[in-house]
Design a protein around this ligand. Structure first.
Ligand code: NAD
Length: 485
């Protein structure tokens, strides 16, 4: 079996609506390309706004029965799907690697991470409960009931084709919501394979609908103008997130926003520098730097900055770039030519602003969208690369001389998703974690993502949480029932 065989199992590369695979109403299709050599992998149906409405019709038709399905049954579908994904983990990894570019090892990591949302929410499905209490003044009872919010729209990005879907689909299934998923047009294949797994695991038709399209804007505008849609969960860039929040105003849909990041990675003078470099390799290079949690700015105390830069430069400089599916590849291609251009421009600007090139700084000649792992030292805090999401394998290092300066530099961004701190001092850890304006703080670790933890941001990184005990709340409404005593 290969990743493409997994796709062939669906019997279609069409839309999945009401439990059936079908072509787009216009009959049109669009191509999906391999970022390692720009060749066409396959094509998929290009869903229209009529198809989007048909998907919502199916989700609405399935909602009442699905909400009434016992929580244990909903959970068991997730549990069986978790097991099926893990049984086919190598094939899922290959499919992800093929369409997105990441190495097989990284893709396998995504499969484990992505599947785990199904296991976690299989267990949460049976723990949805309200409360029963006496009114403070005595007499009446206050009862609360938790109910599914109703049909949802999920829009996902290309960087984690499986996990960005399962973090929404898992809790929605657990809560009893039906849904329409619109995967990124650059990486739509994994989501089709996932629909097949969920169907085989017993998910009733209409609960999950998938509409692939190259025109996400028209799809979301059509669906969000429909009062039957009750919730939108979006993962992607901040500018598009703002558009969707504005669109949600007309029908007052509930919204969850997982948006961009600009994670600081702070290394204090008392840190274990070798451990900080290990953590930096993960925080920077996971997904070739194409992650919202990617360390975007290395803030390093001036007394250890040269040591940190040299060690990180050696590690980054020894990485081998290549096709994600080839043995020996450490770093795959970026997603497309625009990404290479944008990363290259940020590096050029930083060098013009006075940064020192420690390693990398090149885009090898094609084919494929590669950029060499790069380390820059002495990057001024006002450089563009420190203030914009890089989304590539570049580590800019800026120095600081006091805790207060480090905290001020870290918080000097519109974003507030992940942050990382390396120190061996407990008092400093607590002080800094409390002062950082970020939804997540990794202490002496380069990896914060965990399906059992609440993932999400503040400020321009959005609102709402995915995973953890909090993740299911995004899909539940509360009804309060007053009972006179
Ligand atoms: P993007 O915003 O361009 O696209 C995300 C999704 O939105 C895609 O499915 C796309 O088709 C769709 N889309 C684009 N324009 C739209 C519009 N006008 N209306 C409706 N839908 C639209 O982002 P991307 O380039 O796919 O992903 C990278 C971004 O995602 C980065 O900013 C990254 O930080 C962010 N991200 C955030 C998280 C998180 O959990 N916070 C996770 C992964 C990625």
């Amino acid at each position: 079996m290969t990743g493409l065989d997994l796709l062939a199992k669906t019997g279609s590369r069409g839309l999945f609506i009401g439990g059936q695979w079908r072509e787009s109403s216009t009959g049109s299709r669009f191509e999906v390309r391999d970022p390692a050599d720009e060749s066409v992998i396959t094509d998929v149906a290009d869903g229209s706004t009529d198809d989007a409405t048909a998907a919502l019709d199916a989700a609405v038709a399935a909602q009442t029965d699905w909400a009434a399905t016992p929580p244990r049954d909903r959970g068991e579908i997730l549990r069986r799907s978790f097991e099926a994904i893990m049984d086919q983990a190598d094939d899922f990894a290959e499919l992800i690697s093929l369409e997105m570019g990441k190495t097989l090892a990284e893709a396998k990591g995504e499969v484990t991470y992505g599947a785990e949302f199904f296991r976690w929410f299989a267990e949460e499905a049976v723990r949805i409960h309200g409360r029963w209490m006496q009114a403070p003044a005595g007499g009446s009872r206050l009862l609360t009931i938790r109910k599914p919010v109703g049909p949802c729209l999920f829009i996902t990005p290309w960087n984690f084709p499986l996990a960005m879907g399962t973090r929404k689909i898992g809790p929605a299934i657990a809560a009893g919501c039906t849904m329409i998923v619109k995967p990124a047009e650059l990486t739509p294949l994994t989501m089709l394979a996932l629909a097949h797994v969920l169907t085989e695991a017993g998910l009733p038709g209409g609960v999950l609908n998938i509409v692939t399209t190259h025109n996400s804007k028209a799809l979301s505008a059509t669906l969000m103008a429909d009062e039957r849609l009750r919730k939108v969960s979006f993962t992607g860039s901040t500018p598009v997130g703002k558009v969707i929040v504005r669109q949600s105003a007309d029908e007052l849909q509930r919204v969850s926003m997982e948006l961009g990041g600009n994670a600081p990675f702070i290394v204090f003078q008392d840190a274990d520098v070798a451990a900080a470099v290990d953590g930096a390799m993960i925080a920077k290079m996971r997904n070739m730097g194409e992650a919202c949690t990617a360390a975007n700015r290395f803030l390093v105390h001036e007394s250890v900055s040269r040591e940190f830069a040299e060690l990180l430069g050696q590690r980054m400089g020894s990485l081998r770039t290549g096709r994600g599916q080839s043995a020996g590849t450490d770093v795959g291609p970026l997603i497309n030519a625009d990404a290479v251009e944008s990363v290259g421009q940020l590096v050029t600007d930083a060098l013009q602003d006075g940064a020192e090139l420690v390693t990398g700084g090149e885009a090898p000649d094609g084919p494929g969208h590669f950029y060499s792992p790069t380390v820059l030292l002495g990057v001024p805090a006002q450089a563009r690369i420190v203030n914009e999401e890089i989304f590539g394998p570049v580590a800019p290092i800026t120095t600081f001389s006091s805790d207060d300066e480090a905290i001020a530099l870290a918080n000097a961004t519109e974003y507030g998703l992940a942050s990382y701190v390396y120190t061996r001092d407990l008092a400093r850890t607590i002080k800094v974690a409390e002062a950082l304006q970020f939804g997540m703080v990794g202490v002496n670790t380069g990896l914060v993502s965990n399906p059992a933890a609440p993932f999400g941001g503040v400020k321009a990184s959005g609102f709402g949480r995915e995973g953890g005990f909090e993740g299911i709340d995004e899909y539940l409404d509360t009804t309060y029932v007053a009972i006179p005593g």
